[in-house]
Design a protein around this ligand. Structure first.
Ligand SMILES: [Zn+2]
Length: 119
């Protein structure tokens, strides 16, 4: 745990609708919210949780460790502004560049849409 840690990860559960068989994902913060989940396809409420499909929002550290800057990412990846800073961090660490506190400033520029051409 370090200073500036992001908010705790959040559980996203997936549910299979017994009426139409399609999956609906929902963020469940409290157990009682589970009974309020509706199928987003048919509005049915007879859902069963699909245990194996539970995913967690990743922390930045997890994203960073799994991220491959050379890999091709889909459009959704680039629309997520958290990943813009991630890309910059990964590239800089690959290049052994240690910008210290300047790095966060650089990432803030990247996230606000400015180009990294002053590096
Ligand atoms: Zn349904």
């Amino acid at each position: 745990m370090s200073a500036g840690e992001e908010a705790p990860t959040m559980p996203i559960y997936e549910y299979e609708c017994r009426a139409c068989g399609k999956l609906t994902s929902a963020l469940i913060m409290k157990a009682e919210e589970e009974s309020q989940v509706l199928c987003k396809h048919c509005r049915g409420h007879d859902l069963k949780r699909v245990i194996s499909r539970v995913v967690w929002h990743k922390t930045e550290a997890q994203r960073l460790s799994e991220f491959d800057a050379r890999g091709r990412q889909d459009d959704a990846f680039y629309r997520d502004d958290r990943n813009i800073g991630l890309w910059a961090k990964k590239r800089l660490s690959d290049m052994d560049v240690d910008l210290g506190s300047q790095l966060d400033e650089t990432i803030e520029k990247a996230r606000s849409g400015k180009i990294l051409d002053d590096l």
